[in-house]
Design a protein around this ligand. Structure first.
Ligand SMILES: *Cc1c(COP(=O)(O)O)cnc(C)c1O
Length: 334
C-alpha cells in the first residue's frame, strides 16, 4: 500500500522548520547541529504526536468512533495532543494517566500538560501506580461503551503501525528540506520512548534507500527493550508499505545511557542540555525526552563520535509544556 493512499486527517502545521543551531554547534565544538522543529507542529503547543494522530484519528473516524481514549504518565505530551485533536474534530477524549513517575509536586499533578488536558476538555483519570494495569484501560473502554459511546483506544505514545506512518511521511519531509538547502545529513538523533517516532523514521530511511545512521536515545527502559520495540513497529510499517527492509535489526541503534534513574526522573545531564540549549539558542527542550536525548548528543560530540565537517540533525519532538511541571526540579542550577 502507498502512504498517500492511507487515510489521514490534517492536524499539523507542516512542514516544520529545519534550522541550523550555530551557537550550540560552536559551544560543543564538533559537528554542525541542525534541528527539525517538530515542537512546532502547531496543535495546542505541538509535538511529535500530532503527526501520528493524523493517521490514528483518520482510522478512528473510519471506524465510526466518537471518543478518543489514551494513556501515559501524568505529564504525557501525547495525552495533551490527543485531547487537542479530539477537540478540533468534535470528538470526546478520555485520558487514563497513572502516576507512574515518582514525582508528586503540585505542579507535576496539576500544571503543564495536565492543565492543558483539562482546558482542552478531556476527562482525566489519574490512578495510583499500584492500581493501574492493562485492565484499567479495558474498564474505561467498557464504561464508555456502557454510556453509548464508541471509543477508539490509542496505545501509549500513539505508537502503533498506524501512528508510526506519521514519521515515514516526516522523514520524506526532512529529505525534501535538506535537498532544498543542499544539506547533506550525516546522522539523525531522536529520543526513543514508545518508539513509533524512531520506527517511522527508520522505515522512511529504508523506503528512500538512505543509509544515514539514526541514533536513538532511550528515555526509559533499556536498549534491549527499545531495539525490540523499534524492530517490531518498523517491521510492521515496512510490511504495510511494502518496503524491503533487509537487515532491519542491524540498522537499529538505541543508547540507554542517558535514562538516569528512570522515565521522567530528572538527571544532571538533562538539566545541562536543557539549560545550554535555552541559553545558546533561545530554544526550549523538555525534561523527559528531548533533554535526555540532547544530553546523549552532547556526550556523543564530546567523545568525538561526530567530526567537525559533519551535519547532524537533532529531531526535536516537543514537550516544552512539561517544563512547567518540573519547576522544582529545573530551578536547581547546573
Ligand atoms: C512521546 C514523545 C517522544 C517519544 O516518541 P515515541 O514515538 O514515543 O518514541 C519524544 N519526545 C516527546 C516530547 C514526546 O512527547
Amino acid at each position: 500500500m502507498r502512504l498517500a493512499d492511507i487515510p489521514r486527517v490534517a492536524l499539523a502545521h507542516l512542514p516544520t522548520p529545519l534550522e541550523y543551531l550555530p551557537r550550540l554547534s560552536e559551544f560543543l565544538g564538533g559537528p554542525r547541529i541542525y534541528i527539525k522543529r517538530d515542537d512546532q507542529t502547531g496543535l495546542a503547543l505541538g509535538g511529535n504526536k500530532v503527526r501520528k494522530l493524523e493517521f490514528l484519528v483518520a482510522d478512528a473516524l473510519e471506524q465510526g468512533c466518537d471518543t478518543l481514549v489514551t494513556t501515559g504518565g501524568p505529564q504525557s505530551n501525547h495525552a495533551r495532543q490527543t485531547a487537542a485533536a479530539a477537540a478540533k474534530l468534535g470528538l470526546a477524549c478520555h485520558l487514563v494517566l497513572p502516576k507512574l513517575v515518582p514525582i508528586a509536586t503540585h505542579e507535576y499533578e496539576n500544571s503543564g500538560n495536565v492543565l492543558l488536558d483539562r482546558l482542552l476538555g478531556a476527562s482525566v483519570e489519574m490512578p495510583a501506580a499500584a492500581d493501574f494495569s492493562a485492565a484499567t484501560i479495558e474498564w474505561a473502554l467498557a464504561s464508555l461503551r456502557g454510556q453509548g459511546r464508541r471509543p477508539y483506544s490509542i496505545p501509549i505514545g500513539g505508537s502503533t503501525a498506524v501512528g508510526a506512518l506519521g514519521y515515514v511521511a516526516a522523514l520524506h519531509e526532512l529529505f525534501e528540506q535538506a535537498n532544498a538547502q543542499s544539506l547533506s545529513i550525516d546522522a539523525i538523533v531522536v529520543a526513543t520512548g514508545s518508539a513509533g517516532t524512531h520506527a517511522g523514521i527508520l522505515a522512511g530511511l529504508f523506503q528512500t534507500g538512505s543509509s544515514i545512521p539514526l541514533h536513538g536515545f532511550a528515555v526509559s527502559a533499556t536498549t534491549a527493550d527499545k531495539v525490540k520495540l523499534v524492530g517490531s513497529l518498523a517491521g510492521q510499517v515496512c510490511e504495510r508499505l511494502e518496503i524491503p527492509a533487509a537487515d532491519l535489526a542491524a540498522r537499529i541503534q538505541v543508547d540507554d545511557a542517558f535514562v538516569g534513574p528512570g522515565y521522567g526522573i530528572p538527571t544532571d545531564a538533562m538539566r545541562e542540555a536543557v539549560n545550554q540549549t535555552a541559553r545558546f539558542e533561545g530554544l526550549l527542550l523538555d525534561p523527559v525526552y528531548t533533554g535526555k536525548a540532547m544530553a546523549g548528543l552532547f556526550a556523543a560530540v564530546r567523545r568525538g563520535q561526530f567530526t567537525g565537517g559533519q551535519n547532524v540533525v537533532f529531531w526535536h519532538t516537543g514537550g516544552a509544556p512539561g517544563l512547567f511541571a518540573y519547576e522544582a526540579e529545573l530551578t536547581t542550577s547546573v
